[in-house]
Design a binder for this molecule. Structure first.
Ligand code: PLP
Length: 447
């Protein structure tokens, strides 16, 4: 007899989770999905359309996760699905170059011209890993500066004091990273120019790169203070180090030209390297590293830095990304921004009505809520401040929303992702769910 699970074993989230835990570590293939921070049973999703997701039990939710960023247009946009179908019909993977890759890269370059040359990979992790390798090869130096609470994927060198799932699980750092690798990463508090200056004063000639989330959203949304990114640009430049702006999350989500369009373009500066992901794959695995021509020329087969991928530039995935970017015009960003403003306003009103001190921090259409009097008074500008917020209020808040058919991120340390498909009826459902959720947060007791 085969040991295959039958479909009937998996028709509820509870049953599926039980089975999943028996065969997949923690029952999930990416830690934050396990609901570890908020408790309860993760919903096993069966389908997603527009602003909605439906679980295997048949419950429908308005989705505020959006696949953690890619679903800018909403789920299963008909034109994207058609592009995928069409590409799939021509073959799933060739391991040879395709025209779609060139078109996708051209679309990205058009939006962010400082990404003069671009290499496509499959995940954001690969993109940041490659960016580091390039920076080290180009500068002949070893040290890398990152900021506490920033998440750049699960690259060994970048897991120290990382955000996202690492923050969600309260892990200080990951096990399995060798001391030698960890010693090459300098972790600094975010938004403090003086500490970056001090690090350069002490180690300047050994620093290959500073990597930063262009506008951090993996410890909740903690935007850069005005001038902070420009200071990183100035300091890296004057010490011969590279600046890597990680736009895996912000790229083509917060605007037509990503965070660069909102800040660097206006202020007249650019990074040496950029990493992109999420939206550029439209829900399929595509990410990219791009930047200065002379730095990118280090990559094989032109230069000595090796990097490759069996599925890099996959024809179906690049078709999804290209279709998504071509649809993501300025009208789409206006729409997504308007949805975000409306939700922020309603969320704030619900929390104020409960008298719950809080701050809602935002960057473009990304936002998240921090509870507590300190957060309300001074905001949360770095990871230490984020960890001092009353994040224990989030679990009851989250579960109240979930019961009302609203699927918020299952962690207080993640941004809320809205989409162009969040129409009035989707918004109405969220707005009606907010009062009870705010009440649950306000009456929560510290565990
Ligand atoms: N960089 C940032 C800013 C991210 O938000 C993420 C993922 O959330 C990554 C890198 C890693 O991307 P991936 O999960 O595709 O490896």
């Amino acid at each position: 007899m085969s040991a295959h699970a039958t479909t009937s074993d998996l028709t509820t989230s509870a049953a599926a989770f039980e089975r999943a835990q028996a065969v997949i570590p923690g029952g999930v293939n990416s830690p934050v999905r396990a609901f570890g921070n908020v408790g309860g049973t993760p919903r096993f999703l069966a389908s997603a359309h527009g602003a909605y997701v439906t679980d295997v039990d048949g419950n429908e939710y308005v989705d505020l996760v959006g696949s953690w960023g890619p679903a800018l247009l909403g789920h299963a946009h008909p034109a994207v699905v058609e592009a995928v179908r069409e590409a799939a019909g021509r073959g799933l993977s060739f391991g040879a170059p395709t025209v779609t890759e060139v078109e996708l890269v051209d679309e990205i370059r058009f939006r962010v011209p400082p990404a003069e040359k671009i290499r496509l990979v499959s995940t954001g992790t690969e993109a940041t890993m490659t960016a580091l390798r390039l920076a080290r090869a180009f500068t002949g130096r070893d040290l890398v500066v990152k900021f506490a609470g920033h998440y750049h994927g699960h690259v060994d060198a970048l897991l120290a004091a990382a955000g996202s799932g690492v923050a969600t699980l309260g892990l200080p750092d990951s096990a399995g990273v060798s001391a030698a690798v960890a010693a090459e990463t300098i972790v600094l508090p975010y938004n403090d120019v003086a500490v970056v200056e001090a690090a350069f004063a002490e180690h300047g000639s050994r620093i290959a790169a500073v990597i930063t989330e262009a506008s951090p959203a993996n410890m909740g949304v903690v935007p850069p203070m005005p001038g902070f990114n420009a200071a990183l640009r100035r300091l890296t430049h004057s010490h011969g180090a590279l600046l890597i702006q990680d736009e895996v999350l912000t790229g083509f989500r917060v605007g037509y030209s990503g965070w660069w369009g909102l800040e660097g373009l206006r202020e007249g500066w650019s990074a040496d390297l950029y990493t992109f992901g999420k939206v550029i794959g439209g829900g399929l695995p595509v990410a990219a590293v791009g930047g200065r021509r002379d730095v990118m020329a280090q990559l094989a087969p032109v230069g000595p830095v090796y990097q490759a991928g069996t599925l890099s530039g996959n024809p179906v995935a690049t078709a999804a990304g290209l279709a998504t970017l071509r649809l993501a015009d300025s009208g789409v960003y206006e729409q997504v921004d308007a949805v975000a403003v409306k939700l922020r306003t309603e969320l704030n009103a619900a929390l104020v009505r409960e008298g719950l001190p809080h701050t809602i921090q935002w960057a473009g259409n990304l936002f998240s809520t921090f509870f507590g009097a300190d957060a309300a008074r001074q905001g949360a500008r770095d990871y230490t401040a984020v960890l001092a917020t009353e994040s224990w209020r989030y679990a009851p808040f989250f579960h109240s929303l979930l019961e009302a058919g609203v699927y918020a991120p299952p962690s207080p340390f993640e941004a809320w992702f809205v989409s162009a498909a969040h129409d009035d009826s989707a918004l109405d459902r969220i707005v009606s769910a907010l009062p009870a959720a705010a009440h649950a947060a306000a009456t929560a007791t510290k565990p």
